[in-house]
Design a protein around this ligand. Structure first.
Ligand code: ATP
Ligand code: HMH
Length: 263
């Protein structure tokens, strides 16, 4: 039977991030993709123009439908938006024992437009992170979740430890935004094993949706039965290739090419 993965995230009308990036990434991994949409954004490469909330009970109804009928072998969360949606998602994941779960703790877009209410951060910390097999914060999200400021690669392990203290099995802290480093370095750790993932830092502004793509690729590979470490290595290679083959679309921060490997 084809592996099946679920994304619980927001819709990006621009197609580069959110649900759209996740489903494209699942498809590229030959995984059957399903979705529970948490919010609708009117968004493009220049920013998030409007957000339309989805009722929390309807978010839960989407999770209930796919989990009880089609079955979920791995899932990821992205934009959750509000405290009430955080609760609905946590309840749905727990009720269906959905695992393994990849949590991308989305707080804002690459332009800095908010995608999570301030009063939802505590719920993300207390209810979602403990359910995660791996949580994938960038340095801004680490600061929001833990208060740890990452200024250089040397701070990544302290940041990852602070993330692990919130309950996920693994932390993958993304150093892609760190200035003054010629490499895009991320740190994966479960507190015992620490793995630095390195790739060339590509000189492009077109990185819209890279975090979504990385987390979705991890979930797809877990659905296919890869170990967490193999899934993270493979996902890093997938997102690096997608950034390298950026599509140069739109006037702002453009999308990556999810189909790069077969173009
Ligand atoms: N310019 C770049 N060149 C190579 N790799 C990059 C670059 N920018 C980011 N990455 C890598 O892309 C992956 C996603 O990280 P990033 O920090 O962009 O996520 P993010 O900020 O959560 O993205 P978004 O919220 O826009 O989806 C990481 O593995 C990171 O190292
Ligand atoms: C819907 C959505 N989810 C996540 C991100 C983060 O890239 C975004 N820009 N939009």
């Amino acid at each position: 039977m084809i592996p099946r993965a679920l994304t619980i995230a927001g819709s990006d009308s621009g197609g580069g991030a959110g649900i759209q990036a996740d489903l494209k990434t699942f498809h590229e991994h030959v995984v059957f993709g399903m979705s529970a949409i948490t919010a609708l954004t009117a968004q493009d490469t220049t920013g998030v123009h409007e957000v339309h909330a989805v009722p929390p009970a309807f978010v839960r109804a989407q999770i209930d439908a796919v989990a009880s009928d089609l079955g979920v072998e791995a899932a990821k969360t992205g934009m959750l938006g509000s405290a009430a949606v955080v609760d609905a998602v946590a309840d749905g994941i727990a009720a269906h024992e959905i695992a393994p779960l990849v949590v991308d703790p989305v707080c804002a877009s690459k332009h800095g437009d908010p995608l999570l209410d301030d009063d939802a951060i505590e719920g993300l910390r207390q209810r979602i992170l403990p359910l995660a097999e791996v949580v994938t914060p960038n340095v801004g999200e680490v600061a929001v979740l833990t208060g740890v400021e990452v200024r250089g690669v040397g701070d990544l392990s302290r940041a990852a430890e602070a993330v692990l203290a919130l309950g996920p099995r693994w932390a993958l802290v993304k150093g892609g935004h760190l200035p003054d480093n010629p490499r895009a370095i991320d740190l994966l750790t479960d507190g015992r094993t620490s793995i630095h993932l390195e790739a060339e830092r590509l000189d492009t502004q077109d990185t819209h949706g890279t975090g979504c793509t990385l987390a979705a690729a991890i979930a797809a590979r877990r659905a296919r039965g890869e170990s967490l470490e193999d899934a993270v290595h493979g996902a890093k290679a997938f997102v690096t290739g997608a950034i390298r083959h950026g599509l140069r679309l739109g006037k702002g921060i453009g999308p990556v090419d999810h189909a790069w490997a077969r173009r």
